[in-house]
Design a protein around this ligand. Structure first.
Ligand code: MTE
Length: 311
């Protein structure tokens, strides 16, 4: 699955926004007929997906330019424009994912084999970064629960942990001690099995841009963006809470749960509101919603917990 995505692509090079929106409405309305994903005459590189009922409605996605031009991916540098500038050198094919720990089918899987046949969906989600900015992104991905069912989670497993590739020759940020590589993240098993949690392989109908975490990354829409680990090469099932990069880096500021919560401030800034990327300097500040707006779907996962303590 060659990733032919150019890092310098602009929105207008791909699909005019109106055409994308129309195609999406067409897909949503046409049901089974539209399952092929790509309309006749469109490039075969398009991913084969269907729209998801779990997508947001009534919110227009950010432009491809914003989504792939303003990124956090410290393996490629600290600046928001560094990933777009540097991630083009990352080789994403072939790609191997190690599956280990408390699973029935451990192994080193070619990515294509690991996800073959698992249904791809477009999931339009709000994405809220801990730095108090937000976007709306039309991800393409598969439910993590389907992948976990495929590898066979053993009784007693309680957590899933993930690791990003370490390849300093292609990831210049890894030649500096910015973080303790590999980038690591983890979820409680019930969070990982939740239908909103996906492994994304693309966005805007195309394979994932390298700077957004090609060829496969996690998306957990009710948590701060740093939980959504990119360019994953290892998935492990454990019975103990895994170490996570930002918690290791600064435990006073970043907890394991990292649920979006406007009532619990980051020690150095408020989380009560957020800036919507792409809406200009003066507009676009909006209130942050509990669990990033997914409260109805996920609040029950945390019943009885003190979210100021388990932040
Ligand atoms: N994954 C890796 N491997 N390295 C990173 O630096 N940054 C995280 C997360 N995943 C990061 C990562 C942070 S802080 C955010 S906000 C999101 O990726 C950004 O995703 P985006 O660039 O697709 O918006």
């Amino acid at each position: 699955m060659a990733n032919r995505f150019r890092t310098d692509l602009r929105w207008s090079d791909v699909t005019p926004r109106a055409m994308f929106m129309n195609r999406r409405q067409l897909l949503a309305g046409a049901g089974a007929l539209a399952l092929a994903g790509a309309a006749p005459g469109q490039a075969s590189a398009k991913l084969d997906y269907k729209p998801s009922p779990l997508s947001l409605t009534g919110q227009e996605p950010n432009t491809l330019e914003d989504i792939s031009g303003y990124n956090n991916f410290y393996e490629f540098g600290l600046g928001k424009e560094d990933p777009a500038a540097n991630a083009g050198m990352l080789t994403t094919d072939p790609w191997t994912v190690k599956v280990d720990g408390m699973v029935d089918k451990p192994g080193d899987y070619a990515l294509g084999d690991l996800i073959a046949g698992l249904p791809l969906e477009e999931r339009i989600y709000r994405f809220r970064c801990v730095e108090a900015w937000a976007m709306v992104v039309p991800w393409i991905g598969l439910q993590l629960s389907g992948l976990l069912d495929r590898i066979g989670v053993q009784a007693g497993a309680k957590f899933v942990s993930f690791e990003t590739l370490v390849r300093p020759e292609e990831m210049p940020g890894q030649t500096r001690g910015i973080l303790d590589w590999p980038y690591r993240e983890g979820l409680r098993l019930d969070e990982a099995m939740h239908p909103l949690t996906i492994m994304a392989t693309g966005l805007y109908g195309e394979p994932m841009p390298n700077q957004n975490g090609a060829p496969i990354r996690l998306i957990v829409p009710w948590k701060y963006g740093f939980k959504s680990i990119k360019s994953i090469v290892r998935i492990s099932l454990t019975d103990t809470m895994p170490q996570t990069t930002w918690n290791m880096q600064n435990p006073a500021e970043y907890g394991f749960y990292s649920n979006v919560n406007p009532t619990v401030d980051h020690p150095r800034w408020s989380q009560a509101s957020e800036r919507l990327i792409g809406s200009g300097l003066f507009g676009g500040r909006q209130e942050t919603l509990m669990f990033n707006g997914y409260e109805d779907q996920v609040a029950s996962l945390y019943a009885g917990m003190d979210l100021a303590k388990d932040y």
